[in-house]
Design a protein around this ligand. Structure first.
Ligand SMILES: Nc1nc2c(ncn2[C@@H]2O[C@H](COP(=O)(O)OP(=O)(O)OP(=O)(O)O)[C@@H](O)[C@H]2O)c(=O)[nH]1
Length: 308
């Protein structure tokens, strides 16, 4: 744990593996980490495959490293059953940071994982936060619901789009307009970038976010491959951060996040105990009573809950 706090990549990796495996040791680990959390800025990046997420992540890592900040990158793929370092390590676009001690990268798969995304990701973020990351970039592959779910885990969510492909319309359909705090139209070297920017701006102003005091998401153009537009992205992120602090939104988002995290752990604990009751044949007995008409399902459920 002390090693993880000093930023030893191996120690951090071990802790995240505990999270992935829902290891019983987590309870103690989390208790020890708690006083060291709350510092990291969590920035979510999402968008359809191929839009340039890893290129943009790499661009942001470089920019934050230039500011002397320690950066964590957590890539979550809700569609993949694979996990561990391999997925991310293979990604050439992030390879330049692989030997940088100030960067910690990890990919996590959540399909088929106990409790799924809502359970593992916040705890992995907590580990990176406690390990001293100033910024954590949370990258997800866009697949509808899990995309929205992951947006709830970040302080600021960046939605990446690319010109053409009717991305603006896609975004509106997928409910992505609601989750974006900052929109980035990447591949601005390609034709149609301005049209996409205009489309998104139009859709945002049609939404309900034009009231005074509400955040109006900026739309920024980038060419991630060449690092163009990174200053504008950083500025948009800083502005959003400042707005969140002024309005109390940051605290509110973190409260919502913690509430969901606690709930997810509680539900898991209850499910485990329910398994114990089942194993002890307590549920069989209740079922028999219901079948025989000796009790009703509501009363039986009440007994079960009380036992749990
Ligand atoms: N023309 C152009 N191509 C870019 C730009 N940024 C990224 N690309 C290219 O787009 C392709 C996809 O980039 P990635 O960063 O791997 O995209 P991704 O969204 O992470 O893709 P997945 O890992 O499949 O989700 C690569 O071939 C990049 O070289 C850009 O600004 N302009």
């Amino acid at each position: 744990m002390a090693q993880a706090r000093e930023g030893s990549p191996r120690a951090v990796a071990r802790l995240i593996t505990l999270v992935e495996n829902a290891d019983p040791a987590l309870r103690e680990v989390m208790a020890a980490l708690a006083p060291h959390t709350g510092h990291a800025r969590i920035i979510g990046l999402t968008g359809s495959p191929g839009v340039g997420k890893s290129t943009s992540t790499s661009m942001l890592v470089r920019a934050y490293r230039d500011q002397g900040l320690r950066v964590g990158v957590l890539a979550v793929d809700p569609t993949s059953p694979f996990s561990g370092g391999a997925l991310l390590g293979d990604r050439i676009r992030l390879a330049e940071h692989a030997t940088d001690r100030g960067v910690y990268m990890r990919s996590m798969a959540s399909r088929g994982h106990l409790g799924g995304l809502s359970w593992t990701t916040p705890q992995a973020l907590r580990v990176l936060d406690a390990a001293g990351c100033d910024v954590v970039l949370l990258e997800t592959v866009g697949v509808g619901q899990s995309e929205v779910e992951v947006a709830g885990l970040a302080d600021t969510t960046v939605v990446l789009l690319a010109p053409g492909m009717g991305d603006g319309v896609q975004a509106a359909k997928a409910g992505i307009l609601e989750i974006g705090d900052v929109f980035v139209v990447n591949k601005a070297d390609r034709e149609g970038a301005d049209v996409t920017v205009r489309d998104i701006r139009g859709m945002i102003s049609l939404g309900d976010r034009t009231e005074p005091g509400l955040w109006r998401p900026p739309v920024v153009k980038t060419v991630a491959e060449r690092g163009e537009g990174v200053e504008e992205v950083l500025e948009a992120l800083d502005k959003h951060r400042a707005w969140m602090e002024q309005t109390g939104t940051l605290r509110q988002r973190r409260l919502d996040r913690a509430a969901r995290e606690v709930e997810a752990i509680a539900v898991r604990t209850l499910r485990d105990r329910m398994g114990d009751v089942r194993a002890g044949r307590g549920l069989d007995e209740l079922a028999a009573q219901v079948v025989d008409g000796r009790t009703d399902p509501y009363a039986a459920a009440g007994t079960l809950v009380a036992e749990i």
